[in-house]
Design a protein around this ligand. Sequence first.
Ligand code: PMP
Length: 554
Amino acid sequence: MGNTNSGREQEIMSLLRDNIRNIVPYSTARDDCKVKMDIYLDANENPFDSGVNRYPSPHQPRLKNMLSALKKVPAENIFLGNGSDEPIDLIFRLFCPPGQSSMVQAVPTYGMYSVAAAINDVRVINAPLTSDFELDAADLLSRVEPDTRLIFLCSPNNPSGNLLDIEGIVKILDAFEGITVVDEAYIDFAGSDSVIKLLDRYPRLIVLQTLSKAWGMAGLRIGMAIADRCIVDIMSRVKYPYNISVLNQEKAEEVLSDPLSAADRVEELVRERKKLAEALSGLPDVKEVYPSDANFLLVRFMDKDRAFAELMKSGIIVRDRSSAYGCDGCLRITVGTPEENDRVVAVLGGMPVKSGSPSLAAGRKASIFRKTGETAVCVRLDLDNFRPPRIASGLHFLNHMLEQIGYHAHIALDVVCYGDVDVDDHHSVEDVAIALGDCLYSALGDKAGTGRYGFSLPMDEADASVLLDLGGRIDFQWNVPLSGNCVGDVSAQMFEHFFKSLSEHLKCNLHIKAQGRNDHHIIEGVFKAFARALRQAVSRVPGGNDVPSSKGWL
Ligand code: PMP
């Protein structure tokens, strides 16, 4: 705004924390010596070439030049971080004296702003968006306090999906004397201009973008702050020197060199967003699908817990945003591939899912989602097709044991448990066993073609034997003396409880005996022997389709 360069710089300098203003950055000999050398003995690297034996460039010039061309801003206005989460944190560190400042955010919004504020001891002031998630600039400005250093706006907004009104943003930039951050993580899906064009007029504006979304590089962790060069300079001085690895820089350059393919995928996602929104709007359980300029939809359900559970049972995870301001009853659903979106609609519409679905396709497969006040457990299995197990129970030792079941029973087994392990392991162990038992029972169906029985095996100095009869009657016996209170992070007494709960829900006779000197070996032996017994019991008898009982049923 008619500001000279030094005027802009002074303005920004005056906003920085005192200790940051004159910070002396970590320097490298390569920074100090600008010419290319033949031999590099300055950084204590390993000289033998492995492709990654050298430190990466701390300034990422090639990557910045590519982004400069794509974003049409000079490279010196671009800061690159480890995801945009890094510049979010840096902005607090640059501008907010801990314990003496506040930030205002327009809610509901992306959760990292308040996490970064908490880490940096900055007070959070929430300014609500309207019931349609529109920006009310006057209301937001009225909440600014004397110690407010930052305003965070997210456009398109996460989780509501809509672009914020540009006039409101400009009003805030005109009135607020601190730093305004506009997070445009989803701007490429919006088909409208970035606020980057406002940077010339507003030196106190920082625009965040990321390679995680439209560019499909979330795994690389590369985010951008686009801002006045003075802000970019200071951020670069405060960041860790080598914040983006050699491999990540190279891979990002490779993907950025094919912007047309990326643009095609964005177009496809935008088409899919429209299709998905229309299909969801037509479902009886859906109250409202909010208009989206991003790659996700905020959807309000009549019963969001039921919708969430149905999706989870079918192996689909979405984000429950119902606790965010103004989002009660809402799930946030990312736009996936056309097939994934069809499945979401089919599951929520209560229609049979096409074959290929893990939950309903023919064969001995099943999935269970079980939620209580203490845990939410999802188990999926396929008795006829082995695939390496995918286990996340929240307990390391239980993970290891459940993996044994998958491998040694030779079945596909996925278990995810979100449990109250901060209290103790009891509910997670018990509820995983219950869900696993129910799921096995349901996958077995009428048990036609299956055998029954047991297995013993040595496990180093220990030995374990498991007898298993899937006949439908429950009898549980446990003779497994353990000497310690815990095995790994699981209480010793919970193993008996695990198998007891499992036998009750699988409706089986389960007799387990084991002995040894090392508790880990004993329990591992038990899980392996159980898995082997299960493998025998569920294996299809060659040529047999009958039920293995003289009664003709089990
Ligand atoms: N901003 C918003 C609004 C986001 O939703 C996200 C990620 N979900 C981020 C920033 C972080 O992105 P990155 O992967 O670049 O850290």
